[in-house]
Design a protein around this ligand. Structure first.
Ligand code: IPE
Ligand code: MG
Length: 224
């Protein structure tokens, strides 16, 4: 969800107003993703490196996350969306941590789509913590993937990412799900996140469906 700040500046608003607009976009995209039949949607809301932003912006974002969770919980429940937070939790404000736990418990039975919101998330840190947990043992890719998921409180079975959509014009992963994105299809969109619509999501999914995924095989092996 990149581009809230630039969107706000372009419209003469504060960065906070940009993040508010980003929340409205996220609400639309979650509902659109349910309609599109997406199984798991992960929204990258706050990376571990985002703590380095000015304190006022960080504080405003933490407040916005809490308000958004409280405000969206019922909508998730009504849409059958299971909402979980991906990332480490020990550095979140305790009020936010409690809200996260409440909303996760409330929406736990949601079966239409799993919505993961990545907050204080760093893929590199996740891989490092998973590797430390091994204490030198060697394990399969699958078992390591489960460890990577578990260190960030992802209680569901680990899954590879199929498609990454990044808005805001930058073409990089920025420490997002590095292990899980080994064979992800990448889609970069120049629109800022607040301008990203259900039609843009549909277009990204149509593009994805047209991709030829080979996972290292030769083309004729995939065709057969
Ligand atoms: C994305 O918007 C949301 C967060 C990282 C919290 P940005 O805040 O990165 O917006 P730009 O990139 O400055 O426009
Ligand atoms: Mg940005």
């Amino acid at each position: 969800m990149d581009g809230n700040g630039r969107w706000a500046t372009a419209h003469g608003y504060s960065r906070s107003a940009g993040h508010e607009a980003g929340l409205r976009a996220a609400r639309n995209i979650v509902e659109a993703a349910v309609r599109e039949g997406v199984g798991t949607l992960t929204l990258y809301a706050f990376s571990s490196d985002n703590w380095k932003r000015p304190g006022a912006e960080v504080t405003a974002l933490m407040r916005l996350f809490r308000r958004a969770l409280l405000g969206e919980a019922k909508r998730c429940l009504d849409n059958g969306v299971r909402l979980t937070i991906l990332g480490r939790r020990d550095r979140l404000p305790s009020s936010l941590r409690h809200t996260v736990e409440q909303v996760e418990a409330l929406t736990a039975s949601g079966a239409n789509m799993h919505l993961r919101v990545a907050v204080d998330y760093s893929a590199r840190d996740a891989v490092l913590r998973a590797a430390s947990a091994l204490r030198g043992d060697s394990v399969s890719r699958e078992a390591f993937g489960e460890l990577v998921a578990r260190v960030d409180n992802d209680r569901l079975p680990a899954r590879d990412v199929d498609l990454v959509v990044r808005t805001g014009g930058e073409q990089r992963l920025s420490d997002f799900l590095l292990w899980e994105c080994a064979y992800a299809e990448l889609k970069f969109v120049s629109k800022m996140w607040p301008d990203f619509t259900a039609d843009d999501l549909a277009e990204a999914l149509a593009d994805f469906r047209g991709r030829n995924r080979r996972f290292g095989l030769a083309p004729e092996q995939v065709a057969s």
